[in-house]
Design a protein. Structure first.
Length: 339
C-alpha cells in the first residue's frame, strides 16, 4: 500500500508538472483562432467562414473600432488573448510594431508591386480609398463633388464624421484632406480647411467609422466622410446613396493584417495570413465584396469604379506613420478650440 501511495503521488506530481509546463503548448495546438477586427460586417461575414471551411479552424471574432482594438492589444500585451488583427491602416501597424510577430506569407510574392509586406510583420491585403457617401434622398440640389463643397452652410450639422483619434478611416480622411488641399501635412491651407470643416460639423462626431456610413444610409445625415468598401456596398445593395470621390483627389491606402506578438495559436494565425492572400480570398474581395484586391491575378467586380475614373493622390505613408500622434494631437486641439 505504501509503495502504491508513493507511486500515485509521483504520477500525480508528474502529471501536474506536464500540465504546468505544457499549458501554452496545448493552447497553441488548439484548433482555434481569435481574431480582432475593425472590418465591415460584409468582409468578416464573407472571409471568416471561407477560412473556417477551408482549414477546419474555428474562429472567435471580436469586432470593434481600430483605436479600441489597439488599446485592448496593448492592455493584454503580457498575456495576449487574440492571435490576429484583421484590418486597419498600414500606418497604424507601422506605428505599433512592438505589438506584432514577424511574419511574411509565402503568398506575398503574388501581390502587386508596391503593395507587399516590406515591414516584415504587417501584411497588406486590400486597398481602400477615402470617399464621401451622399444620401440622394436628402441632398436635393446641394452640389457635393469635392471637399470644398462640405463647407456649404446648408450642410451645417448634416455631415457625419468620426474622430481621427480613434477611427482609422477618419484619420485617413484627415490626412487625405491635408494632402489634397495643403499639398502636405503641415501646410496651413490644409489645416485652415480642417478648421472650417470642424465648424460645419456643428459639434457632431459619430461614435465610430461604422456609425458614419450607416447614419447616411439611414437618412440621419446628408453626407458622410467614410471609405469605399462599405459605401460601395450600400450602392450595390440599392440604398439611396451615391459614392463621391473628392475632385481634389482621393488617397487609396492598403489595409493590413498582423499576427499579435505572443499569439496563443501562432500556426493558425500564419494560416490565416496565408489565406487572406490566397487567390480564393482575393477573388472574393474583388468580385463578391466591394474591395480592391492586391493580388496580381485577382478578379474585380464590374460594379466598382475603375481607377481611371478617380483622381488619385499618393500619401507619404512613412511621414504619416512617424507623425500620427502629432497630427492627431493638432486635430484634437483644433477641435476643442472651435467648440
Amino acid at each position: 500500500m505504501r509503495r502504491l501511495s508513493i507511486l500515485l503521488l509521483v504520477c500525480t506530481m508528474f502529471a501536474a508538472a506536464l500540465s504546468a509546463c505544457g499549458g501554452g503548448s496545448k493552447s497553441s495546438k488548439e484548433n482555434k483562432l481569435v481574431v480582432y477586427s475593425p472590418n465591415s460586417e460584409e468582409i468578416v461575414k464573407t472571409i471568416i467562414p471561407m477560412f473556417e471551411k477551408q482549414t477546419g479552424i474555428t474562429v472567435e471574432l471580436v469586432t470593434a473600432g481600430t483605436g479600441e482594438i489597439l488599446k485592448r492589444i496593448q492592455s493584454e500585451k503580457s498575456n495576449p488573448y487574440a492571435d490576429v488583427m484583421f484590418g486597419g491602416s498600414m500606418a497604424g501597424y507601422l506605428s505599433n510594431k512592438d505589438l506584432y510577430e514577424p511574419y511574411v506569407s509565402p503568398n506575398d510574392e503574388f501581390l502587386l508591386e508596391g503593395h507587399r509586406n516590406t515591414s516584415g510583420f504587417a501584411t497588406p491585403y486590400i486597398g481602400d480609398g477615402s470617399v464621401l457617401l451622399v444620401n440622394t434622398n436628402l441632398v436635393g440640389d446641394i452640389k457635393i463633388d469635392s471637399y470644398a463643397d462640405l463647407l456649404n452652410p446648408a450642410l451645417k450639422g448634416k455631415i457625419a464624421s468620426a474622430d481621427p483619434a480613434s477611427s482609422s478611416s477618419a484619420f485617413a480622411q484627415l490626412t487625405n484632406m491635408l494632402k489634397a488641399i495643403g499639398g502636405d501635412y503641415e501646410n496651413e491651407a490644409g489645416w485652415n480647411y480642417v478648421g472650417e470643416l470642424i465648424q460645419n460639423l456643428n459639434g457632431k462626431i459619430a461614435s465610430g467609422s461604422g456609425a458614419v456610413h450607416k447614419s447616411v444610409a439611414d437618412g440621419e445625415y446628408v453626407v458622410g466622410l467614410t471609405y469605399e468598401d462599405p459605401a460601395s456596398t450600400y450602392v450595390r445593395n440599392g440604398a439611396p446613396v451615391k459614392v463621391v470621390y473628392p475632385k481634389e483627389g482621393a488617397v487609396f491606402l492598403d489595409a493590413g493584417s498582423g499576427i499579435i506578438k505572443g499569439a496563443p495559436h501562432l500556426e493558425n494565425a500564419k494560416k490565416f495570413i496565408d489565406f487572406i492572400l490566397s487567390k480564393e480570398a482575393q477573388d472574393a474581395f474583388g468580385s463578391q465584396l466591394t474591395n480592391r484586391p492586391l493580388r496580381k491575378d485577382a478578379q474585380l467586380g464590374d460594379y466598382m469604379t475603375p481607377y481611371s475614373d478617380i483622381k488619385m493622390i499618393d500619401e507619404d505613408t512613412k511621414y504619416v506613420s512617424e507623425n500620427k500622434s502629432k497630427i492627431v494631437e493638432k486635430y484634437t486641439d483644433l477641435f476643442a478650440s472651435l467648440q
